[in-house]
Design a binder for this molecule. Structure first.
Ligand SMILES: Cc1cc2nc3c(=O)[nH]c(=O)nc-3n(C[C@H](O)[C@H](O)[C@H](O)COP(=O)(O)O)c2cc1C
Length: 336
């Protein structure tokens, strides 16, 4: 008998309770698919501007790309114009998305000040209209990813969560910060518990899950159906297999970096693939105390062969270091 689903989004069964966050510039196909293989329970695309889904240039088409083994796939849209959102959502459905998600969390000034992203948290009637239109027009579930609100004095999350549910939405993901908090301060897990207690649709909790222990801690504290992990997954996709970074062997780290890099080369070509891998490389290597010069040389390398040979060299040095405990401060990192 196949294992029972952990929860459902509309009719879609979800197996697992930890999910990679959508992150613009980071949760692209190469990284997302690796996280999915390691245990992330579903795949969210990076957010895409509604207007651009209708006739996507290459860069946007890349963001909408997914493979079958990633399903359930969520295409996340941002926008504030209900009719444009509907057209884009219909296009996302045609592209094969299992779920369409409305971004109500992006704090970027250009997006939020025009009333999209977290700007929608200030306009509940517009959220109602968008969800009413989308849920009436689509055959697939529609979900919303929200924040607490604009600022401490305008925490509209309980209202917006209800509006999403009452207008047919099938899931709420809540990042427990306001727009004004950005990514700083502490995420408010009480708010996640509150939303879980007032809606009957599933709730994904998000914000400050950094370790394997945090996953269960957030679940116990909030009763959320699943936990979403963003920044802590960069450099540690193994968190989806419930491994903290210090439990990952040196060989596993090496293998993953090479596999990720290969995906990037395949997907973006050698030049762009390398450039877009830098942010990940810095995080994969962060436990190893490389000299500033080596780190800089690696992370500014322009050529595939040079980068790979430097990486080999780095791994060889870490591996051969006779006094690993001196070379690797802090928690001990096992070799493969
Ligand atoms: C670089 C970056 C890009 C992000 N892009 C998106 C996005 O495209 N869509 C979205 O809903 N949230 C986006 N987020 C927010 C994350 O999904 C998540 O809500 C936030 O980082 C909090 O989770 P964390 O504490 O686990 O990182 C982004 C966050 C970061 C750091």
């Amino acid at each position: 008998m196949p294992p029972a689903p952990t929860f459902h989004i509309g009719p879609i069964p979800i197996h697992g309770d930890v999910i990679l966050s959508p992150m613009d510039g980071l949760s692209d196909w190469p990284f997302r698919s690796l996280c999915r293989q390691l245990g992330s329970a579903m795949s969210y695309t990076e957010f895409v501007k509604a207007e651009e889904v209708l006739d996507p240039p290459k860069q946007i088409a890349d963001k909408l790309y997914y493979e079958e083994d990633e399903r359930p796939v969520v295409i996340q849209l941002y926008g504030d114009e209900p009719e444009v959102m509907r057209s884009a959502a219909l296009r996302a459905q045609e592209l094969g998305a299992d779920i369409v998600d409305v971004n109500m969390g992006c704090p970027s000034r250009t997006i939020a000040s025009r009333g999209a992203g977290v700007g929608l948290m200030r306009t509940p009637l517009k959220v109602a209209r968008i969800f009413e239109l989308l849920t009436a027009s689509l055959a697939i579930p529609v979900s919303g990813k929200i924040r607490l609100g604009w600022d401490d004095d305008s925490q509209t999350y309980p209202l917006i969560a209800r509006v999403v549910e009452e207008n047919g939405g099938s899931l709420i993901a809540l990042h427990g910060r306001t727009k004004m908090q950005g990514y700083g301060g502490q995420a408010n897990w009480d708010a996640i518990a509150e939303v879980k207690s007032i809606v009957n649709i599933p709730v994904i909790g998000n914000g400050d899950v950094k370790t394997v222990a945090d996953i269960q801690r957030m679940k116990d504290y909030t009763q959320c159906d699943a936990v979403m992990i963003g920044r802590a997954a960069i450099g540690n996709p193994w968190i989806f297999s419930r491994l903290d970074r210090e439990q990952v062997s040196f060989e596993q780290a090496r293998e993953m970096m090479l596999k990720h890099l290969e995906h990037n080369f395949e997907f973006y070509g050698p030049e762009m693939g390398l450039v877009l891998f830098r942010k990940h490389a810095a995080r994969y290597l962060s436990p190893y105390p490389l000299s500033k010069e080596i780190r800089k040389k690696l992370l500014t390398s322009q050529r595939q062969e040079e980068f790979l040979s430097m990486l080999d060299d780095i791994f060889e040095r870490v591996n051969l270091s006779p006094k690993e405990e001196e070379y690797l401060p802090g928690p001990r990192f096992r070799k493969g």
